[in-house]
Design a protein around this ligand. Structure first.
Ligand SMILES: Cc1cc2nc3c(=O)[nH]c(=O)nc-3n(C[C@H](O)[C@H](O)[C@H](O)COP(=O)(O)OP(=O)(O)OC[C@H]3O[C@@H](n4cnc5c(N)ncnc54)[C@H](O)[C@@H]3O)c2cc1C
Length: 410
């Protein structure tokens, strides 16, 4: 029987382990924490089938000036972290020009288009249907120009991919969400995405499916990875384990590990914060407040507010200015109730400079496979790219053309 170690038990690693197991591999899933306790725990919980084009960086001077002068809550940066970020950010900016972005979007759309179907299979098999709603999410706009631009972009997606959405007047938005104090200038209802009431619990459900089917989940430190006679070995709490293949699926921590093997991989790290609020007015579906750069989503622990991107160093201390601003804006929109956690959560979106995840075998190491860099949509994409890497490792026809994601492009 072929054997593999999967390093990282977020949405991406867990789904990779499940898909390898389905193809007859003996799999050990290794993480220093329980499954789904990092980035895959703290996100907005939207399976974003509408996100067929990855987020480009703005090119207009007006937008860039807004970021530089701190006049947007979407993006914030720390000057001290810029020397490390400037190279990857420049490449991200360069790849955001229309031709490169269209190329990335064509590849991105291929995997996003599979996302709901791939989750659906795992949701059914893991019995996690109670965590999932299939009614999409809404967006509230406060500026007519921004609203018109998003409606036009949505129309283009409908024409290209058949994405379903409706444009809502201010009144229709308030009718749909009666707890809102206002409907802005109107909004959108993206109808196809699915949403979950606890992202971490969905990862746990998939991890339970994996163990029920004979897989083992072990606590261990990925930095102990080394090549050995039989392939690869890692030290876990229960001892050293070996396998013929290893998959690095450690989200934002992946490049650090790969440095040890001579791979210098640049990544744009976009930190986001969240906090829950309980005892306030009810919210039916997740709502993005476009002008204020946050999402609020009804979750098991209350309404979860998640923020946009903070460009900071990986070990930079918590500085939840965007969350404070988002909370103030949300309190004008809805009775939020009380803060649930004393301190906000934060985690990092692992974004590649060309906006595509890294999936496939490394060039110089037999049996060393990668599946990371899913940026803003790793919760959405985990089951699809988990299947893709498992198919490649098993020599099966892949679900999509894997060439745009291959590691040697970096
Ligand atoms: C605020 C916010 C909102 C978001 N909203 C959405 C959304 O609505 N929809 C969506 O699709 N995506 C969303 N995302 C993005 C999404 O959460 C990520 O892309 C995704 O969770 C990445 O999953 P992952 O499995 O690659 O990484 P992770 O979930 O971070 O998993 C990596 C794992 O590696 C383990 N690990 C790290 N280092 C080591 C080590 N040395 N040894 C052992 N184990 C190690 C960690 O413990 C962790 O379990 C959001 C992100 C943020 C921050």
């Amino acid at each position: 029987m072929k054997s593999a170690i999967v390093l990282g038990a977020g949405m991406v690693g867990v789904a990779t382990a499940v898909h390898l197991q389905k193809r007859g591999w003996s799999v050990a899933l290794v993480d220093r924490k329980e499954p789904g306790r990092e980035t895959s725990y703290g996100n907005a919980g939207i399976i974003q089938s509408e996100a067929l084009r990855p987020y480009p960086m703005p090119h207009s001077w007006r937008e860039l000036l807004k970021i530089a002068t701190g006049r947007t809550n979407d993006v914030r940066y720390h000057v001290a972290s810029l020397p490390d970020q400037v190279g990857p950010l420049f490449r991200y900016w360069w790849n955001s020009f229309p031709t490169a972005h269209a190329r990335a979007s064509a590849a991105y759309a291929e995997i996003i288009a599979q996302a709901v179907g791939e989750h659906e299979r795992l949701i059914l098999e893991s019995g996690a249907g109670n965590l999932v709603r299939r009614n999409g999410f809404r967006v509230l706009h406060r500026e007519q120009a921004m609203f018109d631009a998003e409606a036009a972009a949505a129309e283009a997606l409908r024409e290209a991919y058949g994405v379903k959405f409706s444009v809502l007047t201010s009144r229709e938005l308030q009718q749909a969400e009666p707890a809102l104090t206002e409907g802005g200038v109107g909004g959108l209802h993206w109808q196809d995405p699915w949403t979950v009431s606890s992202p971490g619990a969905l990862v746990s459900a998939y991890a339970d499916l994996f163990t029920r089917s004979g897989g083992s989940i072990l606590r261990g430190e990925a930095q102990t990875l080394r090549q050995c006679h039989n392939g690869w070995s890692v030290v876990t709490e229960t001892g050293e384990i070996e396998s013929e293949a290893v998959v690095v699926a450690m989200g934002p921590w992946s490049p650090e590990l790969l440095k040890r093997f001579g791979y210098r991989i640049s990544m744009v790290r976009k930190r986001g914060y969240h906090r829950h609020y309980a005892g306030g007015g009810p919210l039916d579906l997740p709502l993005r407040d476009a002008a204020n750069g946050y999402v609020m989503a009804p979750m098991q622990n209350g309404v979860r507010i998640t923020t946009g991107a903070e460009l900071t160093s990986p070990d930079g201390k918590s500085d939840p200015v965007q969350l404070t601003y988002a909370e103030q804006a949300a309190r004008k929109l809805i009775d939020l109730g009380r803060q649930v956690e004393p301190e906000p959560w934060f985690g990092t979106r692992p974004c590649m400079p060309d906006m595509l995840p890294v999936i496939g075998r490394t060039a110089r190491h037999e049996g060393l496979w990668l599946n990371f860099g899913h940026g803003h949509q790793g919760f959405t994409l985990g089951p699809t790219t988990g299947r893709l890497v498992a198919e490649l490792m098993s020599g099966e026809p892949p679900i999509v053309d894997p060439s745009p994601y291959r590691p040697d492009r970096l």
